[in-house]
Design a protein around this ligand. Structure first.
Ligand code: AMP
Length: 630
């Protein structure tokens, strides 16, 4: 069967298709039903079946390949390299699981993981899955306010953290940020488990903070069985930005996720047991969950966990790892490739990359020059894939594991099996069936296995945010614009909402605005995403100071700009810091008071600002135009 037939079957004979895929994972007891969609849009996949993510990722492989590499940890920040076999990984995960149990963590309890890219972070995720606890990994680049809002929402019993991360050789202390976040949060964890890397000395909260190394010693021989949980039991919460300042907790199940990942490893990522997978993402992002930790391990592959920059010690570091560990599938983001593109291209030719089947790129639009440059440089297929934190695995790509098909530059590919993707008219909800019509990329329910179950603790928000934005229809919106050509290839044209994508990282402009507004001398502010050659987009802020009398010259403005940036950095983290903060006397708004973000964005990008008949004060845009030199 070709891809078209398999795709059709996945939609029209959904249950048969997914029942087959379900055989790729271990079930302790078989599912009673494939998909229960009796309460749309809530889909229950494989209900009644029991399984365990950690079992599928680790224990299942110990028998046949216990002495084969499972987790390959490489840090060019601390010059460490360590290979854990499946047996060793199982032992470490059991130690971590025993520690968590000892700290009172039970099935269904939340454990928040705020860690750099160290092996212990993966142990902690897998240990949670092992005992049925729900992990919530928060990206280490986030600072106190972001972290506090996540602690408050997930109400973790325990937080696992480390003294510090490291970036370009510079130590980034985590503990002070964590302490401040716990202080800000109404919810307090019972315990904080600290992995001490010896990078940054930290204060210990008596009775709360626990030392990982000490507790690990006590549990060296720990045997902690996998807790068999229902397929619908939540495995994790991962927060993502939306159009409000409040992050959304994407809640994922267990069984559907295991099946979706196992199937994607076979049909999309071409992974086989005993091979090596290398994803350059971070465990704080969805790619890190699906394709650093769970996906490759479920497929019985070794996975490389890399802490460091792509250009340190030089721009050949990734390719040297591909050669050394015979990486077969690699996953990265267009931004990273654009960073490499500024370096000496001979690094692409320096190492033996013959093991590599393909380089998969996702997270942001892949522009043609970047795709061409890396495809030619590596001499390996480049496979773009489009998805979201919410879906957990690709919505659009080329499923080369099912049927080899050509890629088209600028397109992530076709709808993936299981995803009933439609283009809809934003205003009428009508389906746009013709070629090359621009519409909202939407997915008919039920979402396939592995996608979000709900927003953590807020079913209503899940329904209202994702399923009710298209008039007259209960359909999932991706909040992306897209078109589809006559061959069924999609092209993504940007977001329909106020979410921006900076270097593959998703940020909500509202969150940044809220942070900037907390500065005592800021009256109001607008943040927009502006096209950037390297990062895809950067955040630009236009703020109205309460008292502008001190901003007499450029130096004073620059000083104030630095102050505002510092606020964002301290509250949200360096990832959210805008590229510039510019000061204006008034913001462009409609007469009803709505910020004209798209007009601001257009002006910043040197485009036409569009229809401005509703603008309150036309001089507002003029000020911005003068500042950005348009
Ligand atoms: P995140 O949830 O952080 O993974 O961000 C998801 C968003 O990133 C999507 O809704 C798109 O706007 C964008 N995105 C992800 N992958 C791609 C891709 N391959 N091409 C274009 N945009 C992408």
């Amino acid at each position: 069967m070709g891809f078209a037939d398999i795709y059709r079957r996945s939609i029209e004979q959904r249950d048969e298709f997914w029942a087959e895929q379900a055989q790729l994972v271990h079930w302790e007891s078989a599912p009673k039903q494939v998909c229960d969609y009796s309460r749309p849009p809530f889909a229950k996949w494989f209900a009644g079946g029991t399984t365990n993510l950690c079992y599928n990722a680790v224990d299942r492989h110990v028998g046949a390949q216990g002495d084969k590499p499972a987790l390959i940890y490489v840090s060019t920040e601390t010059q460490q390299e360590r290979v854990y076999t499946f047996s060793e990984l199982q032992a470490e995960v059991q130690r971590m699981a025993a520690i968590l149990l000892g700290l009172g963590v039970k099935k269904g309890d939340r454990v928040l993981i705020y860690m750099p890219m160290i092996a212990e972070a993966a142990f902690a995720m897998l240990a949670c899955a092992r005992i049925g606890a729900i992990h919530s990994v928060v990206f280490g680049g986030f600072a106190s306010v972001s972290l506090a809002s996540r602690i408050e929402d997930a109400t973790p019993k325990v937080i696992v953290s480390a003294d510090a991360g490291s970036r370009a050789g510079k130590v980034v202390a985590y503990k002070p940020l964590l302490d401040e976040a716990i202080r800000l949060s109404k919810h307090k964890p019972q315990a904080v488990l600290m992995v001490d890397r010896g990078l940054a000395p930290f204060d210990k909260a008596e009775g709360r903070d626990q030392d990982y190394a000490t507790l690990r010693e006590r549990h060296l021989q720990a045997k902690v069985p996998c807790e068999w949980v229902d397929a619908t039991h939540p495995s994790y919460i991962l927060y993502t930005s939306g159009t409000t300042g409040r992050p959304k907790g994407v809640q994922r199940d267990t069984g559907g996720y295991a099946v979706a990942l196992a199937a994607s490893m076979k049909h999309i990522f071409l992974g086989k047991p005993g091979e090596t997978y290398f994803s350059t993402s971070d465990i704080g992002w969805v790619v890190g969950h699906s394709y650093i930790v769970y996906g490759p391990l479920i497929a019985g592959m070794a996975t490389i966990m890399y802490e460091g920059l792509p250009i340190r010690p030089d721009a050949g570091i990734w390719w040297s790892l591909v050669e050394k560990y015979k990486v077969t599938s690699m996953f990265s983001a267009p931004t990273a490739v654009r960073v490499l593109k500024k370096q000496d291209p001979s690094f692409l030719k320096k190492y033996d990359l013959s093991s590599l089947r393909a380089l998969f790129l996702a997270g942001e639009p892949l522009d043609e020059p970047t795709a061409q440059w890396i495809a030619e440089g590596l001499g390996r297929p480049i496979v773009d894939n489009y998805w979201q934190t919410e879906t957990g695995w690709p919505i659009l790509t080329i499923c080369n594991g099912i049927e080899k098909a050509p890629s088209k530059f600028g397109s992530p590919g076709k709808a993936v099996y299981g995803f009933d993707v439609k283009l809809l008219d934003e205003n009428t909800g009508e389906e746009l069936k013709g070629a090359n019509q621009k519409g909202v990329v939407a997915i008919e329910g039920p979402l396939p296995p592995g996608c979000m179950q709900t927003v953590w603790g807020d079913d209503e928000r899940f329904v209202n945010t994702y399923w009710k934005s298209i008039p007259g229809k209960l359909v999932y919106s991706t909040f992306d614009w897209g078109i589809r050509d006559e061959d069924g290839y999609f092209f993504i044209l940007g977001r329909t909402d106020d979410v921006i994508n900076v270097a593959g990282h998703r940020l909500g402009t509202r969150e940044i605005e809220e942070s900037i507004s907390s500065h005592p001398n800021i009256a109001e502010v607008a943040v927009v995403g502006v096209a950037d050659q390297l990062k895809g987009q950067v955040a630009m802020a236009f703020a109205v100071p309460k008292d502008a009398s001190g901003l007499v010259d450029e130096a004073a403005k620059l000083k104030f700009e630095g102050e505002v940036m510092k606020v964002v950095e301290q509250q949200l983290g360096a990832v959210a810091r805008p590229a510039r903060v510019r000061f204006v006397t008034v913001l462009p708004k409609t007469r009803s008071g709505k910020l004209l973000r798209r007009a601001i964005q257009a002006v910043c990008e040197g485009r036409d600002a569009g229809d401005l008949t509703t603008i309150e004060d036309p001089t507002a845009l003029q000020q911005i135009r003068e500042l950005v030199g348009g």
